[in-house]
Write a protein that binds this ligand. Structure first.
Ligand SMILES: [Fe+2]
Ligand SMILES: [Fe+2]
Length: 181
């Protein structure tokens, strides 16, 4: 990312990155890395893709950063489940950052790739229900978030699974230091 792009990226998301509620996702593990790192990667890729595809850079970048804004793991609460967490993240984004309808919609549909997979292979994640039409991205920015999340997730799983134990230890230490109370 060029210096100018870094400045623009930071200006688009600085309020989110300074918010204590959002920073809580630093303690959550995701694909062998922290959820915060995952969201930052998706936001940066969404930022670049939105410029390339001439989409709304603000919507794509902010929705990319907030797409997994839910506290705790996907297994801990029903609302954080594999296919319901996009709705939880969208609600949190509206609650804490008053995001636009376009941003909320892009967050809600970021798991379309998994809904599609489930429709093709019904035995995948059998307990959860998913509506293909409802889960389908409604805008260019929505498709960008969905594609960025898929790409980043594949790379993270490939790259970080080997250092999974080290990340667990690191996150436990971070939890102890940053979120003592
Ligand atoms: Fe997600
Ligand atoms: Fe994600």
């Amino acid at each position: 990312m060029t210096k100018n792009n870094k400045v623009e990226f930071n200006s688009l998301v600085c309020d989110i990155l300074e918010n204590d509620n959002f920073l809580q996702i630093k303690k959550d593990l995701h694909h062998g890395t922290s959820k915060y790192e995952h969201c930052m990667r998706v936001a940066k890729l969404s930022y670049k893709l939105s410029k390339f595809f001439k989409a709304d850079v603000r919507v794509a970048t902010r929705a990319g950063l907030l797409h997994d804004f839910f506290i705790g793991t996907r297994k801990e609460k029903p609302e954080n489940s594999y296919l319901r967490h996009p709705y939880t993240a969208a609600l949190n984004a509206q609650k804490y950052f008053n995001v636009s309808d376009e941003e909320a919609s892009a967050i809600r549909t970021h798991m379309f790739h998994q809904v599609l997979l489930k429709k093709l292979f019904p035995f995948v994640n059998r307990k959860e229900k998913a509506n293909l039409k409802e889960s389908k991205p409604k805008s260019k920015e929505g498709w960008i978030i969905c594609g960025s999340d898929l790409l980043v997730s594949i790379i993270e799983c490939e790259r970080f699974q080997f250092s999974y134990a080290a990340n667990v230890i690191l996150l436990l230490v971070l939890n102890l230091v940053m979120f003592k109370n």
